[in-house]
Design a protein around this ligand. Structure first.
Ligand SMILES: Nc1ncnc2c1ncn2[C@@H]1O[C@H](COP(=O)(O)OP(=O)(O)OP(=O)(O)O)[C@@H](O)[C@H]1O
Ligand SMILES: [Mg+2]
Length: 224
């Protein structure tokens, strides 16, 4: 299958006033179309750092991130932001939904940013929220729904622009076992339905059964 994103000898060194932390040490990773993978490793092993670099939210110290063979570091920041909004979906441990907006409006935001008309954005966001099982909570605000529902809304927001890849950082970190399973099944279902590539950073061994591949990272080195 086609490679969607690839890292080539990726290094990230964080420099603080007192310290240099080698968070990634030459990571080579290829993610293919439709692949549903986990990224596992101890706390501090470099999972979030790798997701940030894959998501073009941060720049490598050395090495490259290639999307379908293209080096995005060559884009200016405006073009990069447009690329990110259209091609990459993010799901975080804390949902980062906007409290002032309804669930429907939250999911419309990436579409509006991509230049979609409001009526069309509303229609698409409503449809996806229905698929995700939140059709009955469109006009609630994030603080008026449950943790699992918030995470599902965040997944809808991540998927609304039909990204090629979804990067999720401990997306079920705050959820109980049952809700975790339902959120994961949902991501798996969407992966099958839309062919979206997923990479999910987690500590949770219960998620292993959902994955095509499991990548292990230890002290900034990818083990497989
Ligand atoms: N902004 C930063 N400045 C300096 N060091 C950092 C920074 N962000 C992360 N680190 C360090 O880099 C290493 C990797 O951190 P990272 O957040 O990628 O780990 P992680 O695998 O996501 O851990 P967790 O499972 O706890 O979320 C850690 O040693 C961390 O302390
Ligand atoms: Mg992390």
């Amino acid at each position: 299958m086609e490679i969607i994103v690839e890292t080539v000898n990726l290094w990230k060194v964080y420099e603080t006033e007192t310290d240099k932390v080698k968070a990634l040490k030459g990571v080579n990773l290829k993610l293919r179309k439709g692949e549903f993978s986990l990224l596992m490793g101890a706390s501090g092993s470099g999972k979030s750092t790798l997701l940030h670099l894959l998501g073009t939210l941060d720049k490598p110290t050395e090495g490259k991130v290639l999307y379908k063979g293209k080096d995005l570091s060559l884009l200016n920041s405006k073009k990069l932001a447009t690329f990110r909004n259209k091609k990459i979906g993010f799901v975080f441990q804390f949902h980062y939904l906007i409290n002032e907006l309804t669930i429907l409006e939250n999911v419309m935001v990436p579409l509006l940013l991509a230049g979609e008309k409001k009526s069309e954005a509303k229609k698409k966001a409503t449809e996806l929220l229905q698929i995700i099982g939140l059709g009955y909570r469109l006009s609630h605000r994030p603080f008026e729904i449950s943790g699992g529902e918030k995470q599902r809304a965040a997944i809808a927001r991540a998927l609304i622009n039909s990204p090629e890849i979804v990067l999720a950082d401990e997306p079920t970190g705050n959820l109980d076992t049952e809700t975790t399973a339902s959120v994961l099944s949902l991501m798996r279902e969407l992966n099958k339905k839309f062919g979206t590539t997923f990479l999910i950073a987690t500590h949770n061994k219960d998620l292993e059964k959902f994955a095509d591949n499991i990548y292990f990272i230890k002290d900034g080195i990818l083990l497989n």
